[in-house]
Each structure stands twice: as structure tokens, then as C-alpha cells.
Design a protein around this ligand. Sequence first.
Ligand code: NAD
Length: 379
Amino acid sequence: AVVAVTRERRAGETRVAATPETVKKLIGQGFAVTVESGAGVTAAIPDAEYAAAGATVAKTLKDALAKADVLFKVRGPEAEELAALKPGAYVLATLNPYNERATLEGLAKAKAGAFAMEFVPRITRAQVMDVLSSQANLAGYRAVIEASEAYGKALPMMMTAAGTVAAAKVFIMGVGVAGLQAIATARRLGAVVTATDVRPATKEQVESLGAKFLAVEDEEFKNAQTAGGYAKEMSAEYQAKQAELLSSHIAKQDIVITTALIPGRPAPKLVSAEQVASMKPGSVIVDLAVEQGGNVVGAKLGEVAETANGVKILGRPNLPGRIAADASALYARNLLAFAGLLLDKDGKLAPDFEDEILKAALVTKDGAIVHEQLKTAPA
Ligand code: NAD
């Protein structure tokens, strides 16, 4: 079976869905691999490296897709890709399924068997395929780097002959995969780090990284985690109590990084305009949830919003794309592992659709949108 890797076509998408390392391994599993010329350039991988790994480099998109049985992508395929795809081909990508209905419809129309990598269940066997974790981890790291770049002061305390530079105070809101890496990164840079989350399990994780935990720890907080380990949407009362506790804290922070998400829902608003206004001039906020509606009032997708009191709110989309080489390397390994599930024990392309991982991730097949949660279009 042939795997095709095409160039990402979305504005600002710098990642690529395979690397020379995973191309070699795909070939070892029995696949042939075709890479569209230029696909790796923004992730620092020239065509020649793919060729050296055993891939065929195709000059055009059409050539890349002509024989493809499986298409590897970072983002959902564009119309020109779908037009060149064989009916019945499989597609592996992050499809942003709740927000990109047109992509799902295009995949169905092209009769693709499309898997949304975001829907891979978070079971032990699927950890190696977990694109949400691999990318969130790098996004958390990158958020601190972006914040420190926009912040006009140092993060660590420094004692110099000319006097002492104070350590920056960094507050992380939302301690999932991204938040934990943001805490670790800010600590490595010498900042004084605090963090909050609505899931009680995070308290110990925050403390084990040497940061201080801060939250209203009432009855609702004690039950705020689903069986799947995700956050629940909190009541208005809880949010108000939490906001009150956090207000005086936020006013004293130099950098705030927000990462809070609720699966399938808009991001919760965690930082109000008043809280932003309470911060010192020169402070920086990074809103990692900006693509899901944002955690911070005033954050603007793709912009650095500067408030009247001199606070910068960074609304950068696609932070993993700003560390494209590593993000691609991890994403490519996630896809490589997932692709293994499409083969039978003789190495033939014959996905077992009863496999719980494939079942959870399959969104279109045989001309229809098949995923339970996506069958009806959102209102
Ligand atoms: P996420 O991206 O869905 O959300 C980020 C964080 O925001 C979460 O910690 C969430 O609790 C928090 N949050 C939501 N609402 C909030 C609010 N109002 N205030 C403050 N914080 C709020 O989370 P994630 O990174 O996907 O991780 C979710 C869970 O899944 C974690 O427990 C993580 O350890 C777990 N996980 C398990 C596996 C696995 O077992 N394979 C893999 C990855 C993650």
C-alpha cells in the first residue's frame, strides 16, 4: 500500500506529517511512501532526505496522490487534495472535527476513510498515537518562550554588581499536558511559578514540579474530573468564587499563560478585562486556547493585543507550528504508530474497524459522515 505525504496548504502551517525517520519505518512495515516535493521545507527537511530514506519524491500534488492508499496530513486536506485522491483512500490528520464541518463534508464526498487523530482514545495502547499530547507538550514549552520574548525583563533572579534582577512571577492557568510543560519550562528558566486547575488531581502534579497550587477547593472542585480524566464545565458560582480568589493573584503576576479547554465546548473564560487591567505595564499574557475561543477577554487570534495599561496579550495560533521540526518529528511518530493499525498481520491494508482505536477516530467512510457525535451538523 502507498502512503502519500503532501505539503500542508493552510496559511501558517509549518509542520509535516512524516519525517525521514518515519518514512524508513513505514517502508519497514511494508508501505511504499510518496512525498510531495517541498513538503518538509518549513520543518527543515529537504526533499533529498526523504529520498535518501526511501521515499519517492513527486513533483506535483497530482503525482503524489495518484497511487495513494493512505494520505498523511497535519491538517485537513484542501479541495485540490481531495480532488486528486482515489475514492476509498484513508486519510490521517487532525481534522478539528467540531469546527471544520466543510472539511468533513469534503472528505465524505471524496469517499475517503478519514480518521480524526484528535479522537484517538486516551487509553494506554494509544499513548504513542496521541497527537493532542505530543503537540500540547510542545505548545506549553513554546508558550513560555514566546512570553519571555515579549516580556521586557528576565525570568530568573540575577545578582549582578549593578544590583539584583528580580525573578519573574509566572502563573499557569489550566494544568493539562500543555500547562505541565509550561510549568516545567518556566521553572527551568528560573521564574517563580504558580498554577491553577479545576481538576483536583493536578494539585499534586503542580507541587511535584516545584510550583505552588492555587484554587477554590470546595465540593464541586473535588468532583470536577470526568472518568476520562477531562475537566467538566464548572458552575457559574464556582467560576465566580475562583475568579475572586485569583484576582489579587493575577494583579501581581508578570506572565500569565492560559491553557484551559473543555472537550467539545468553547474554551472557558478565565481572565476578565478587569483582571487584565489590574496587571502591571509590561506584563504578558499568552492565551493558548485562542483558537477555541480564548480564555482571556481581549485576546485576538493571530494578534498581539496591547491594552491601555500596557499589557500584551499574545493570541498566537498554532504554537507547535513555531517549533516545527520537533512538532513534526513527534506528530510523524504518532501517525506512524496509527498507520500500523491499518495493516493486517500479513502487512496488507485491511483495517479492523472493530478495533476500539480505529472505531473512535473514524469520521467518514463510504461517502458519509459516520462518527456518532458528528452525524448531525452543529446548529
Ligand atoms: P485539555 O487540553 O483538555 O485542558 C487543559 C487543562 O485545562 C485541563 O487540565 C483542564 O482540567 C483545565 N481546565 C478546564 N477548565 C478549567 C477552568 N475553568 N479553570 C482552570 N483549568 C481548567 O487537557 P489535556 O492536556 O488534554 O489533559 C486532560 C487530562 O487527560 C489530564 O488528566 C491528562 O493527564 C490526561 N491525559 C491522559 C493521557 C493518557 O492516559 N493517554 C494522555 C494525555 C492526557
